[in-house]
Design a protein around this ligand. Structure first.
Ligand SMILES: NC(=O)c1ccc[n+]([C@@H]2O[C@H](COP(=O)([O-])OP(=O)(O)OC[C@H]3O[C@@H](n4cnc5c(N)ncnc54)[C@H](O)[C@@H]3O)[C@@H](O)[C@H]2O)c1
Length: 354
């Protein structure tokens, strides 16, 4: 069987982990690259020895009909346009998270996938984490009983990446759509992917880029400049209620006066609770005594092989029709949650989801 010819659309920061993944996958060939920014396009092209370079994805899709699959790694507002163009040209698509910047766009993307019969996978990479696999083993063995409440936290003290991340027209929002999406998806996935029925949230715009802080941020967009605008929230808090009665409480921030950055998931079940912060701790009882349990195996999220597993799964789905772990419908559901939280924050009221 011939190698799967892959093109990457959007050659910024995250494109590297996609390109590394394809480079290391024996069944994939990095065939072409596309970026509207020629400098960034040539940088990645030189790094990965790719000579087919395009500044417009429709031209690339028209001139290279032999492409089998694409990764969409553009800023969020271009996900829908590039994904729909690729699906209409008969390509499979792995689209980075968040799926889009609105429910309407996400539904149009799913419709394009359904009509083309091609795969649309969403880059919920945390589902491929070692910590996710361990939690799934424990949940499948019913160690927690009914998990009825969870907390999904992704807080940065000084971590707005700049560039398009702060520009709502290109990002669709701030830490909720950028960071919250990861922890909401993983928490919901581990709790059994229940249907969300309502959300309530509040967003804050108080600190913006924190230009007073002398230290740089950990992750910086390639599009960051001294003239960036910032019209997204810098922190969010929200509650999501599901059709089985369970609730997820969410906190996410780019900028917040807290002690240190935190990425935590907490699960509260009838038999036991768990906290991934990042090591896994389990809270239960034995013979009437409360116990705190830790595993001897490493349980903290490791980035070693994380994106590789996601890319390998995508290539496997494309070549062998393996059922996709991150289907488009989960992307649409997440967009309903995110859009609902923004709407709730705007109106000050609970939003009922359909
Ligand atoms: N899975 C993860 O953990 C993770 C981490 C970081 C970013 N992301 C996601 O990846 C995407 C890209 O983020 P990034 O950090 O690489 O941003 P970035 O700013 O570093 O790169 C984005 C690139 O997209 C290009 N681009 C924009 N519109 C385009 C278009 N229509 N056609 C072709 N290229 C276009 C830009 O020129 C830029 O080079 C975002 O959706 C982001 O949410 C995911």
């Amino acid at each position: 069987m011939e190698k799967t010819k892959v093109a990457v659309i959007g050659c910024g920061g995250i494109s590297r982990v996609h390109l590394e993944g394809y480079k290391n996958n024996p069944d994939a060939e990095i065939y072409a690259l596309c970026d509207i920014d020629e400098k960034q396009l040539n940088k990645r092209g030189d790094e990965y020895g790719v000579s087919r370079r395009y500044t417009d994805c429709e031209t690339m899709l028209r001139e290279l009909p032999e492409i089998d699959a694409v990764s969409v790694c553009t800023w969020n507002s271009a996900h829908a346009k590039c994904t729909i163009a690729a699906l209409k040209a008969g390509k499979h698509v792995l689209c980075e998270k968040p799926m889009a910047i609105s429910v309407q766009e996400a539904e149009e993307m799913k419709k394009a996938a359904d009509e083309s019969g091609k795969l649309l996978m969403i880059g919920f990479v945390r589902r491929f984490g070692n910590d996710c696999a361990i939690m799934q083993d424990l949940i499948n063995d019913d160690q927690f009983g009914e998990i009825y409440y969870a907390k999904a936290t992704y807080l940065r003290r000084h971590g707005n990446p700049g560039g398009w991340f702060g520009d709502k027209s290109r990002s669709g929002g701030g830490p909720l759509i950028d960071l919250g999406v990861h922890v909401i998806d993983l928490t919901r996935y581990l709790m059994g992917n229940h249907k969300p029925v309502s959300v309530y949230g509040a967003t804050f715009r108080k600190l913006f880029y924190r230009k007073d802080i002398r230290q740089g941020t950990a992750y910086k967009s390639v599009s960051a400049s001294d003239h960036d605008i910032c019209d997204v929230e810098d922190a969010v808090t929200a509650l999501i209620r599901f059709d089985n009665g369970s609730v997820i409480s969410v906190e996410a921030s780019f900028s917040l006066n807290l002690e240190k950055n935190r990425g935590e998931l907490e699960f509260f079940g009838t038999k036991a609770g768990a906290k991934l912060d990042p090591e896994l701790k389990i809270f239960s009882s034995m013979s009437g005594y409360m116990t705190n349990i830790s595993l001897t195996a490493p349980t903290a999220l490791s980035f070693d092989g994380l994106f590789q597993r996601e890319i390998d799964h995508y290539v496997d789905c494309v070549r062998n029709g393996t059922p996709c772990r991150n289907p488009a419908e989960d992307g649409v559901t997440l967009m309903k949650i995110l859009e609902g939280i923004y709407e709730s924050a705007r109106t000050g009221h609970e939003v009922i989801l359909d």
